[in-house]
Design a protein around this ligand. Structure first.
Ligand code: HEC
Length: 172
């Protein structure tokens, strides 16, 4: 029995050994960047954190957006609360597409006696215009690339980001 368990454990370790990191969207390693936005090899948005701790603009912006719009229910730093799940753990299995859909449409937990409601943010420009930012920040948290800290140094906001943000928020 013990031998069988060891073999099973070794197989799992070996299988996991092929990928350095993985979350619900796969390997988060940034393979390219477009105007300050980093993408993984699947084309999903991801974070880029330099050895000196400088984070990409999305991670920094996502940190701020998360703490203004999600933190009240999901707890500081994506750690969760008694009311809503720890998003730093959710993203370990949740894909980018599922994340976007859940935040845009919301969700209601109907399996418990107490009703826990995830509001729909699809019509809230503060969130809807910054979904990638929040995703990238939480992705960094899910992969332990960023601790429970306010990022001290960050890349500048790119002109392309600023233009897209202005047009999304309807300020231009
Ligand atoms: C009013 C409280 C509240 C706010 C504010 C809120 N959420 Fe939620 N969220 C919830 C609850 C409760 C759930 C669990 C719903 C369920 O169990 O179906 C949830 C679930 C989620 C899930 C699914 C997690 C999983 O493990 O399946 C995601 C993703 C999510 N929220 C993202 C966000 C983001 C991003 C924000 C900020 C833009 C946010 N939420 C703001 C209450 C909230």
């Amino acid at each position: 029995m013990r031998i069988i368990c060891l073999v099973a454990a070794a197989t799992i370790l070996f299988a996991a050994g092929g990928i350095a990191f993985a979350d619900g969207s796969g390997d988060p390693t940034a393979v390219k960047s477009e105007d300050g936005k980093y993408l993984d090899k699947q084309g999903n948005p991801t974070y880029k954190i330099q050895p000196d701790g400088t984070v990409d603009w999305y991670t920094y912006s996502g940190y701020r957006r998360y703490h203004s719009d999600c933190h009240v229910c999901h707890g500081p730093d994506g750690m969760g609360s008694s009311y809503a799940p720890a998003l730093k753990d959710s993203l370990k299995t949740m894909s980018y597409g599922d994340f976007l859909a859940t935040v845009a449409s919301g969700r209601k937990n109907v399996t418990t006696a107490t009703e826990n409601v995830m509001p729909a943010f699809g019509n809230n420009p503060n969130v809807a215009c910054h979904l990638d930012d929040i995703y990238v920040y939480l992705r960094a948290r899910a992969n332990n690339a960023l601790g429970r800290v306010r990022p001290a140094k960050h890349e500048d906001k790119s002109n392309a980001y600023a233009d897209a943000e202005d047009s999304c928020m309807g300020t231009k």
